[in-house]
Every structure is written in C-alpha cells, then in structure tokens.
Design a binder for this molecule. Structure first.
Ligand code: FNR
Length: 198
C-alpha cells in the first residue's frame, strides 16, 4: 500500500475504535460519548466491525486482505486521526484490539497507522482505569510510528459508577476530560499537518 495521503484541511474526521465486542461495553459507550462531545469541526466515526476481522495470519494476508480488513484500513486512511478506547484484560490490551492493530499495521512501511495522530483512553470497573493497557498501546505505537497524544491521560476507573443503564456517560468530570482530550487531539493534529513533511 502506498503511504497514506495527508488528510486534507477542513473538518477533522476521527476514526474511533473500541477494543471490546461486548454489547454493553463501557469502552464503546465512551466512544459514543466522544462522538457527542466532539468539538466543532470534528466528526468521530466509530468503526464497528472488529468482530468480523479474522485472526491475523500472514498466510491469509499474503493471499490478499479479507474484506473487513480492507474496510478497517480504509476507515483509518480516510481519517485525520485515531481515537482508541481500550479495555484492559489481564493488565494488557485485549486480543481483539491488538488483532485489529496488527492487521492495520501492515505493510510495516507506509501502513495506514504510520504518522496518524492517535488519542488513547479507556474505561474499566477497576481502580486503575486501563492504565496498563494504555501503556502497552503506546509501546505498540512506537513500532507502527503512530504519534500518540501524551496528555491528558484519561483513565475512567470505577466505570460502572460513571455510565447510566443506557450506556450514557453521566459523570460530569469525565465528560469534561473527554472534551479536553478531543480538543487537544484536534489542535495537535492540525499542528502535525502544518509541520513540514520529513
Ligand atoms: C478483565 N477486567 C480487567 N479490568 C482491569 O481493570 N484490569 C484487568 O487486568 C482486567 N482483566 C480482565 C480480564 C478479562 C479476561 C476480563 C473479561 C475482564 C475487567 C474489565 O475491565 C471489564 O470486563 C470491562 O467492562 C471490559 O471492558 P468493556 O467490555 O466494558 O469495554
């Protein structure tokens, strides 16, 4: 695949990916909150097809990307930035999310993840709020050359107290933080766009 074109100026499309297949996932709910809280000039498009991605297999890849993988790559390529809501499983990134990123990271030179600004956040019922999974994602993004926004870090701990029964983010402080994260992502993406190409 060719190096993805720089996103054109204009509204910032953000590709949102939540690393959970659970219907009532807090992390998908967090992405929906981000879509609602996006600042003017930003559109969050949630990629909902993680369950259709096969397990990464280089033999399958060699035969040609399966259609859901093509759709994932297209969604990322069409976006100016990425927004990842990660759960934490056993102190790490859930397999479904890692699998999606492994597919998206190919080919290693010029993948759709290379140079794509990304923001990371996550929610869990525990007290650490996905801190370790977020750190692992940052490590993976070193290899994929995906510049991950450093601050603010959003760890939505005790998530069961912050969403209502319909999956709406009700905690005001968290809503403020999410809004701030999105504004920082927008500013930073614009700054990166304006930087001279290496
Ligand atoms: C978990 N959970 C969890 N939580 C956490 O804060 N740290 C952890 O290491 C783990 N480990 C873990 C392993 C496995 C296999 C499961 C199924 C769950 C709890 C997890 O945060 C909780 O199920 C979340 O609700 C998952 O995210 P979604 O599906 O709500 O987005």
């Amino acid at each position: 695949m060719e190096t993805p074109p720089r996103a054109p100026d204009g509204p910032l499309v953000v590709c949102g990916i939540a690393g959970s297949l659970r219907e009532k996932s807090y992390n998908r709910a967090l992405l929906r909150a981000a879509r609602e809280l996006a600042p003017e000039g930003m559109e969050v498009r949630i990629f909902e097809r993680l369950a259709e991605l096969p397990l990464f297999n280089q033999d399958v890849e060699a035969a040609g990307d399966p259609e859901p993988v093509q759709a994932l790559k297209r969604a990322i390529a069409a976006a100016g930035a990425l927004l990842i809501a990660t759960p934490e499983y056993n102190h790490g990134v859930p397999g479904v999310l890692k699998n999606a990123l492994d597919w998206a990271s190919r080919p290693p030179r010029g993948s759709v993840l290379a140079g794509k600004p990304a923001a990371i956040f996550g929610a869990s019922p525990g007290v650490t709020g996905t801190a370790r999974a977020q750190s692992q994602l940052r490590q993976a993004f070193v290899f994929t050359q995906t510049p991950a926004l450093l601050q603010p870090e959003i760890l939505v701990y005790r998530a069961h107290e912050k969403f209502d029964a319909d999956g709406r983010l009700t905690d005001e402080k968290t809503r403020e933080f999410v809004g701030r994260l999105l504004r920082e992502l927008a500013d930073w993406t614009r700054r990166l766009r304006q930087a001279p190409a290496p």
